[in-house]
Design a protein around this ligand. Structure first.
Ligand code: HEC
Ligand code: HEC
Length: 307
């Protein structure tokens, strides 16, 4: 008998021995358990097939001789057979190239797992839960929630008492201070306060110089104090003449035309949180990280401060 077959039987016996020890040896035999019996039978079949398929190819390597047509070229005296590429192999190669290109350019970038993506989904899911849970709160509870948001997110610039910390940020205890109004009238305002691009042209923009023909410096000072004082005191006539067409006689604004400059309202604060604001005081950041309910709540809180 060829030596290789002898080795085949030895290896088979050894592997079956290992299988027996590892599957059954410690559990006390087959025990009439059909699953154990099937396991051992399948293992035996696998071992036998593996060993004898290996033997077949080892034999073939021992007895095969090379045949076929050699190419003309030799590389360091080593020749090469002229084998045409098998069609199936060729097709598979091209398909793999096409798939690889697709995967590299489209498949991976679009379908890949992304930690940032998972984070964003988690945040969105959490926000949805949060909003569903607190959807119905109004009044004082909403203001309380707004105060918490304010203390966590806004206090750092606007201060514990919302006074703006000596001009670091806007004083939120009043709707507007005189210098802010004056700046807006002279330089205009383009902060998406209406949520859209409607802007207020400044006196400067209209005439390209600080001409007094539209509204005089003195009138600007008077009307700024009037607005800053909560629409009271001298200046009502200037306001009625120069501002009321857009901001309304009471300064509470008009939809699509001009914002409320008499009082805060929830919507205005939410719009400012969504778009940020740049003005004479400085720059107020956009607050994307707050969810809708939190924005509403802090809006209610700010509105409650100046009432
Ligand atoms: C043509 C219409 C129009 C007129 C007239 C007008 N405004 Fe405005 N005003 C606007 C619009 C629109 C905005 C919002 C611009 C923005 O998004 O920043 C605005 C914004 C403002 C702001 C900024 C509010 C803030 O929160 O910073 C102030 C202050 C203001 N106006 C005061 C006045 C005063 C005072 C007058 C009269 C002298 C006046 N406006 C006349 C349309 C007008
Ligand atoms: C990084 C500092 C900073 C933080 C944080 C900040 N703000 Fe502001 N905020 C400002 C500045 C500066 C202004 C004034 C912008 C200007 O010059 O008109 C402002 C203006 C505002 C205004 C507009 C007042 C007006 O003139 O109409 C509101 C409302 C406001 N902030 C609310 C908030 C709320 C609510 C938060 C927290 C969610 C917050 N801010 C957080 C800096 C900040």
């Amino acid at each position: 008998m060829n030596k290789i077959y002898l080795w085949g039987f030895i290896v088979t016996a050894a592997m079956l021995g290992f299988t027996y020890v590892s599957v059954l040896g410690t559990k006390g035999g087959l025990n009439d358990d059909i699953v154990n019996t099937l396991t051992i039978a399948a293992a035996a079949a696998l071992v036998l097939i593996t060993v004898f398929v290996v033997i077949k190819y080892v034999r073939q390597m021992q007895v095969d001789t090379a045949s076929g047509e050699l190419a003309d070229e030799k590389w360091d005296d080593i020749g090469e057979y002229l084998n045409p590429i098998p069609t199936g192999w060729g097709i598979l190669f091209l398909l793999t190239m096409a798939w690889g290109t697709w995967y590299f350019l489209v498949g991976y970038p679009i379908n890949a797992y992304s930690q940032i993506g998972e984070y964003n989904e988690d945040v969105a899911a959490h926000n949805a839960k949060f909003e569903a849970r607190y959807a119905s709160i109004t009044g004082d509870r909403l203001i309380d929630m707004g105060e918490s948001v304010y203390l966590a997110e806004c206090k750092i610039c606007h201060g514990l008492s919302a006074d703006g910390i000596d001009g670091t940020a806007a004083n939120l205890n009043v709707r507007l201070e005189a210098n802010v109004v004056k700046h807006a009238v002279v330089n205009g305002s383009n902060n998406k306060l209406m949520g859209s691009g409607v802007a207020m042209p400044g006196r400067k923009d209209l005439y390209n110089t600080n001409t007094e023909s539209l509204i005089s410096d003195a009138d600007i000072d008077v009307v700024s104090e009037y607005v800053a004082n909560g629409m009271t005191g001298p200046g009502a006539d200037v306001f009625a003449g120069a501002c009321a067409t857009c901001h309304g006689a009471d300064g509470k604004g008009m939809p699509f035309v001009a914002p409320n400059i008499a009082t805060y309202d929830q919507e205005l604060v939410v719009t400012i949180l969504n778009h940020g604001k740049k003005g004479v005081i400085g720059s107020m950041p956009v607050f994307d990280r707050l969810n809708t309910k939190q924005k509403e709540a802090v809006g209610a809180y700010i509105t409650s401060l100046s009432k």
